[in-house]
Design a protein around this ligand. Structure first.
Ligand SMILES: [Zn+2]
Length: 259
């Protein structure tokens, strides 16, 4: 429908389209996730270019195409740059992982109030953690794990860590996690497409799903468990999202550790 829309939006990703224009993927509470063309934003000093960088909250004016093509961004003003997040490697990895998930696993052009609110509060918590420096930067990864649990619920295939997916029992300790049903499998049950987990990982996942927001930045999860959680989540999304491979934004953390 032709006309102009004014919306608050999170910039998910951007790529060059021609010498002077870019295509941005944007998440707006009322318009959902969509792609739009922006002309004249390749000049590095332009304020509009900064407002259309990934990991930025902006007010944008959109002009809808009369021929049903992509909308054009005719103006954009940044509201929040998330400056501490963009200066930190783990900040970029965590925020990048959350946005990447929206880009790959969320349907386009559907209203997205819940996803938008959840994503914005996760990005705000991440920015606060990195700015205050009260806790280890490493703990920022907890916000990605929590975000994955919250967003997968918003996308329609949430996970739980309380009751066995086959018999409904509340296991003291489950032997693994069922990818198809998104929940634990107790010792007595046998379920296809399930993944075994090591000691500790189940308890940490249960904590990640239920902890108060304010408690999340205070705990340092051991590397072994972080690796196992990453594997579980990536296998889970591979099972539920066609074409999903892995969380690319986390590769930069692994590459740095291996140096
Ligand atoms: Zn069971």
């Amino acid at each position: 429908m032709p006309g102009a829309d004014f919306t608050r939006a999170l910039v998910i990703s951007t790529r060059s389209w021609s010498e002077s224009s870019r295509i941005v993927t944007i998440l707006s509470p009322d318009l959902g996730k969509f792609r739009a063309v922006c002309r004249g934003v390749q000049k590095p000093q332009g304020g509009m270019a900064a407002a259309l960088e990934p990991i930025t909250l902006s007010e944008i004016v959109l002009r809808q195409s009369s021929r049903g093509g992509m909308a054009h961004v005719s103006a954009a003003d940044a509201v929040e740059y998330f400056a501490c997040t963009k200066k930190s490697l783990i900040g970029l990895a965590v925020a990048g992982g959350l946005l990447e998930l929206c880009e790959t696993a969320m349907p386009e052009n559907e209203p997205a109030d819940a996803v938008f609110d959840h994503l914005l509060s996760l990005l705000n918590e991440l920015e606060t953690l990195l700015r205050q420096r009260e806790h280890s930067e490493r703990n920022a990864i907890n916000l990605l794990w929590r975000g994955i649990l919250v967003l997968s619920g918003d996308f329609g295939y949430g996970m739980q860590f309380e009751t066995c997916v086959a018999c409904g029992a509340v296991p003291h300790r489950a032997k693994g996690f069922c990818l198809a049903e998104g929940g634990p499998v107790c010792d007595a049950c046998s379920v296809p497409n399930s993944l075994n987990w090591g000691p500790g990982t189940e308890e940490i996942l249960r904590w990640l799903a239920s902890a108060e927001d304010s408690a999340l930045p205070a705990r340092t999860i051991p590397r072994t468990q972080n690796r196992e959680i990453r594997t579980l989540f990536e296998r889970y999304f591979r099972f539920h999202v066609p074409g999903f491979d892995h969380l690319r934004s986390l590769d930069m953390l692994v590459a740095k550790r291996d140096q």
